[in-house]
Design a protein around this ligand. Structure first.
Ligand SMILES: [Zn+2]
Ligand SMILES: [Zn+2]
Length: 189
């Protein structure tokens, strides 16, 4: 995923890429590797303003998750947008060695905020940035739907589709504990 820097002019232009599941698996952590089952599209629009480059776009497609409550695998759309302002690195080098290496390899390195950074060389490489964007965009607890009822903790049926006769364990309240203590005391006296 590369954009030739000399092709970026004052009038915005678009680039589209498609990244296969293997592409993501090579660059992302285990959570993304689990979730990508189909190619995802990446679009970027870029233009130049004075010395700076403005880049915006999105990663779009469908991801596959395992619901944290009912353990069903489901597909959900993903759409992660980005908007970056890049300054020419010139003779500057990022202070951290990893950032310096990324600037050489990709021609693009971002600050902590993922909103601004530096560019250098002849091409903007979007690989690392786009991979990170998707990793940050994953849900912390995937749910097949907001009100998923989950599995019965006793017999394991999916309570979204089946019902069972299991009793919910009664929540242990402080009063229940007191009652139990009182009963025991009465038995001993
Ligand atoms: Zn669920
Ligand atoms: Zn049950």
């Amino acid at each position: 995923m590369k954009i030739p820097i000399d092709r970026i002019t004052e009038s915005p232009e678009s680039w589209s890429f498609e990244a296969t599941p293997d592409w993501w698996r090579e660059r992302c952590d285990a959570e993304v590797r689990e979730a990508v089952a189909e190619p995802l599209g990446v679009t970027a629009r870029a233009h130049r303003m004075a010395d700076d480059l403005y880049l915006e776009g999105e990663v779009q497609g469908g991801l596959s998750f395992v619901c944290g409550r009912c353990l069903t695998r489901y597909r959900a759309p993903v759409r992660e947008s980005f908007r970056l302002v890049l300054e020419p690195a010139g003779s500057r080098v990022p202070a951290d060695p990893e950032g310096a290496a990324t600037l050489v390899r990709e021609g693009l390195v971002l600050g902590d905020e993922l909103e601004s950074g530096w560019f250098g060389g002849t091409e903007l490489g979007l690989d690392s940035f786009v991979a990170e964007l998707l990793m940050l965009g994953l849900p912390v607890q995937p749910l097949c739907r907001e009100d998923c009822k989950g599995l019965c903790p006793r017999c394991g049926v999916d309570r979204n589709t089946e019902s069972c006769d299991c009793q919910e364990p009664r929540p242990a309240s402080p009063f229940a504990v007191l009652e139990a203590l009182r009963d025991r005391d009465q038995e001993t006296t």
